[in-house]
Each structure stands twice: as C-alpha cells, then as structure tokens.
Design a protein around this ligand. Structure first.
Ligand SMILES: [Zn+2]
Length: 396
C-alpha cells in the first residue's frame, strides 16, 4: 500500500514521478454490525453532514448481507487453501527481493532480472498453466531524477470456456518499497493470487475468465495498475477487480487498531478484521465477498464500506484507485496497513510478523468469491462494465 494521499496522487501522476512521503492517509470503514446499533451510529453521524450520512447508511445496509448458497465444490477448494503454502510464497518472495525497480534496468528485457517476478511466472507454469496464458505488460517509468526504469506487470489469463468475454480481475502489486522486505506489503497479496491460481488449476476450466494481475510500481504511484488498465481489451465485459494489498497482519490485542478519522467512532479498536472497500459499481463484488465469507469462512471478521469510492478520496491508496476513477467496479481487501501494522514500510516487515490463520481466512473468502463468480454465475451479481480505451495519465 502506498503512502501519499490522493491529493498528492494526481500531482504525482502529472509529474510521472516517484514520491514517497509519510503523510498519513485517511479512510473510512463500517464493521458489519447488528442493525439497531448501526442505525444508532448512523443517526449520530448524520449530525456530521448529509453526504456522510447517506454513505454510511448505504454501506451499513450493504454490510447486512445474507450468506451465499453452500456449494460442495467451493467448500472443498476453500478447505484446500493452505496457510503453509501462503507463507512459503511470502518467504520466497522476500528471499528473492529486493522487489524495488532495479536502477540498472535499461531495456524491456531487463525485467528478467526481477527474480521475484520470474519466480511467480515459474510457479504458475509449475501449477499447470501454459506459458501462453502468461504475459508481461512492460512499461517504462521515468523517475523524478530522470532515471528511466523498465518494469512489468505479470498477467495470467485463465480463459473461460463458455463466456470468455466476461472477466474478473484479481490484482496484487508485487513491488515493495526500498529497504523493506515487504512480507505483508505486498507479498501476502501476491501469495493469495498464486494460491487461488493453484486451486483454479486443480478445479479445471471455468465458464468465465479470471485474470490474475501482478502489478509493478504500486509503491511509486500506482503506475502498474494504471498501465494495466490502458491494456484492457476494448469491448470485454469487466465484471470487476478484487484488489489485495496487505492481508496478513492481525492482532487480537485491545487498541491494536487505530482509526484514520478520529471523529468516526466506527473503526473497531481491535485489529482482527479485514477491511473491504468498494465503489458504486464494485459494491456487488463487496456483497459477494461478504456473502461467501458468511457461508464458507464465518470466523473471518470483515469491516466493510461498500460505497466509499469517489466520495472519500483518501480511501484510495492502492491499485483499486484507477478502476474507481474509470467507473469499473473494484473491491479492496486490506489489513489497513499503518493503522494496524507497526512494521509498515520498515525493514521489520518480515514473514514472522504475519498471522497465518488470518491470512488464510482472507484468502479462503476470496477464493470462494472467485469460484462462486467464475464457476457458478456469481450469486446474481451482475454489474459488468464494457471496457473502453483508457489513456495513461502518466503519458504526455
Ligand atoms: Zn506499501
């Protein structure tokens, strides 16, 4: 997860520059809660302003979801999600670091020097995915100091065998900040995608297309996800993107969770939940995640805010931002980064600091969501957006 606020993001995009500041971002969240308590809190918050009131009302109602239908095949694959494999992936990614763009990279082929990315590609092939289903989206990034680096997103296309034009994207950035091994940020997200890809390979072809997008340069201004969106096939039906950024740190200690907005009394004070943020078109994907978690991973705590996109810009701190900007549905999963994890962007962001049980649960609910959508039609969720040509704001 990157560290500057959206107000700075546009500035960064315009400059096409690397920028890392310590400015604390802000976001909002509402924990799924009994209706009576939710109504009371909403009433109190309505004193703030109408916009916040409507936002919270919609989000809270959305968080009161029913569960998804129980399907035996999904339940079986949910149980196959392995905490050991997830942690091994995180450890291997950290060992293959640094995952910061190499200054010696001076040509498109230099991405081969990115050991971690090569390892991800090799792992997918070993799972049974054909080489032809894996591509690299290379792009050049000019840093503020004039240094030019070549980086690449890695993309696995699990093409649907009935309606391949219907796509769900799973997104996680593979890069880390300089000087940090990036176990939670964001080897956890990459590991989750790898594990879901493994179990899709086990399950066999799905009717719909699932695209696994391992993006570069999130930490330096969301460059990888922005570039990826410019590469979308015009006319395909993108149903949404599920974005993973830091999903492995949890604590059951009192006051282990801080709130980015002190005036908001809704953020739980114990950091044992995954946060789920969405936009208008992505709210259905949030609902689906909630419903699948309720059915298959009821022990997972979720704090959801399904309509935050475009309303409270400071919530836009990761690769979901450019989806939201362009009207695509995206749902964002995170452990809330620096509002919980004391190792955020530090050399101590090591695998040993993670909670494998929490990490597995977040991944299990994501797998159930993906499987429900790809193999079973998505429990009635239909908010596809036809893709269109997108211009990269970094290009002049
Ligand atoms: Zn980060």
């Amino acid at each position: 997860m990157f560290t500057f606020q959206l107000g700075h993001l546009q500035e960064n995009l315009e400059a096409g520059a690397e920028k890392q500041t310590a400015a604390p971002p802000r976001s909002l969240a509402v924990r799924s809660m009994p209706m009576a308590r939710a109504c009371l809190i909403i009433y109190n918050l309505s004193m703030l302003n109408t916009r916040v009131f409507l936002l919270l009302a919609a989000s809270t109602l959305a968080a009161c979801q029913s569960s998804a239908p129980l399907r035996e095949d999904i339940a079986a694959h949910v149980q196959m999600v392995s905490a050991e494999r997830l942690m091994t992936s995180v450890e291997t990614l950290c060992e293959n670091g640094p995952r910061h763009p190499m200054p010696d990279a001076d040509a498109p082929g230099s991405i081969a020097s990115q050991k971690a990315v090569t390892w991800v590609a090799d792992t997918l092939v070993a799972q049974g995915w054909p080489e032809t289903s894996i591509t690299r989206e290379r792009f050049e990034h000019t840093r503020r100091n004039g240094e030019r680096v070549w980086v690449a997103n890695l993309v696995l296309e699990a093409t649907g065998n009935q309606t391949p034009n219907e796509t769900l994207e799973l997104v996680a950035h593979w890069d880390s900040v300089a000087g940090a091994p990036g176990a939670d940020d964001n080897a956890t997200g990459v590991a989750a995608l790898i594990e879901i890809a493994r179990l899709m390979a086990v399950a066999g072809p799905a009717p719909r297309t699932v695209r696994f997008v391992f993006v570069a340069e999130e930490e330096t201004g969301l460059n990888g996800s922005i570039h990826h969106l410019t590469q979308l096939k015009v006319g395909e039906n993108l149903h949404g993107a599920l974005v993973f950024d830091m999903i492995g740190y949890a604590s059951s200690d009192d006051d282990s969770q801080t709130s980015p907005a002190p005036w908001l009394p809704l953020m739980p004070s114990t950091g044992d939940f995954v946060i789920l943020l969405g936009n208008w078109t992505g709210s259905g994907l949030c609902d689906l995640y909630d419903a699948c978690a309720a059915t298959y991973v009821p022990e997972l705590n979720i704090t959801g805010f399904h309509f935050i996109g475009g309303i409270l810009p400071d919530a836009d701190r990761s690769d979901h931002w450019f989806y939201w900007e362009n009207g695509f549905g995206a749902a964002f999963l995170s452990d809330t980064a620096n509002f919980r994890n004391p190792h955020y962007h530090k050399s101590t962001d090591q695998p040993a600091s993670l909670d494998p049980t929490f990490f597995r649960e977040v991944t299990q609910a994501a797998l159930a969501t993906v499987f429900e959508w790809a193999y079973h039609g998505g429990h009635g969720w239909t908010t596809a957006v036809e893709t269109f040509a997108i211009t990269n704001p970094n290009l002049k």
